[in-house]
Write a protein that binds this ligand. Sequence first.
Ligand code: NAD
Length: 434
Amino acid sequence: MSEKTSQLHEAQAIMSEIYERLNVSEDIRSRLHQPRRIHQAGLPVRMDNGSLKVFPAWRVQYDDTRGPAKGGIRFHPDVCEDEVATLSFWMTLKCAVVDLPFGGAKGGVQVDPKTLSRLELERLSRSYIRAFYDVIGPDRDIPAPDVNTNEKVMGWMADEYAEIARRQLPAIITGKPLGMGGSAGRIAATGRGALNVLDAWVERKDKKPEELTVAVQGFGNAGYNFARLAKEAGYKIVAISDSQGGIYLKEGLEPMPIWEHKNETRKLSGMVYCDDTVCNVDSVETISTDDLLGLEVDVLVLAALENAITDKNAKKVKAKIILEIANGPVTPAADALLQERGIVVIPDVLANAGGVIVSYLEWVQNRTGDYLSEEVINERLAARIENAAKNCFQCAHREDVSLRVSAYMQGMERLAKAMESRGTQHYFEGDVLT
Ligand code: NAD
């Protein structure tokens, strides 16, 4: 991976503290230092005008010691090998933090999907599966949606896999449409799980949702569903932003009509409040995406992309709690600055694990043929993620460490156990059969 590894190395910086605290062996440190496998391809796609374009694409399987690799596929113009590898490293830890029998992987295509027609998007999605068919599979590596990919894309991909395999294997991919073996509750799972984690923290601090104001950066699948459910639970959502800009209303916003309006017009706009009686349209303020990060709120939710808070803008943050729904939205340098100022960061590997938890339930349903109701799915999601959150909060308190260090310790302990059982230098030193 030569010099393109900066993001991955930055993400791994925290590991030396984790390894020291858990006394992790050299074998394990070396194994986790780099991905097990990096697959790269050029995806040829016939465009509507007859021309051929080739899009760079990756599938990185970081580790599969605890089970088949698992992770989403991202379509974005900035996708590169380093980013995909970093995301696959976080997936490895995340699956271990919430104790799923999966390793970590990630996929990406360097493309601006907004410039593609629907048919071009379908051809690109199918091309991804043709390129990586040999290295994925229900027992090998199971993709899912991520930024700019959704259930339609997963449906095309599952269909392409079935066409090549000449049999139905729905467990190859999660986040599929319901009609193709998708799971009830999957679309909202990441936002719902993040809310379960926030609720557990708020309860621990003897607070009530009604007392807390919230700003949400990123109004896509994860950010919208979080905002909608948090509003229902009593939190006051005062600001929302997407890549184009943001809106602010002191009295509180209504996420659902904003979402519907955005889907119609493709932009967040104050106009939406005309549809809703609770708001005074005059008081809706248009703010920049940067302004949102510096708002005086109780909870700042980061649900867009990596590196939203860096050492350059960390000082601007006035929130008391940051909830990381995106992967890697706070850089390590910013993390240290926030910690110094007593700002609590609820880390991505815990906060956004709801998506992969329900993906796991989808995979189990596909393999057993026993499909569960949305109510049961939501109950199982809440039980698993709340349990992980409580363990994380208790360990952070006991060891006097940040929530991020605590969550990593939880995941690393499980990973180390799995790797030890397969054999390390230490393992072979004694008589194994005694
Ligand atoms: P999405 O494509 O549906 O939405 C992303 C949103 O972020 C869009 O509204 C976009 O306009 C906005 N955005 C981009 N740049 C921005 C900026 N500078 N300021 C404000 N908003 C900006 O993607 P998603 O599925 O909601 O994923 C969002 C994040 O959550 C990603 O980091 C993803 O890896 C993570 N995540 C998603 C899932 C899932 O199940 N969808 C699971 C775990 C983690």
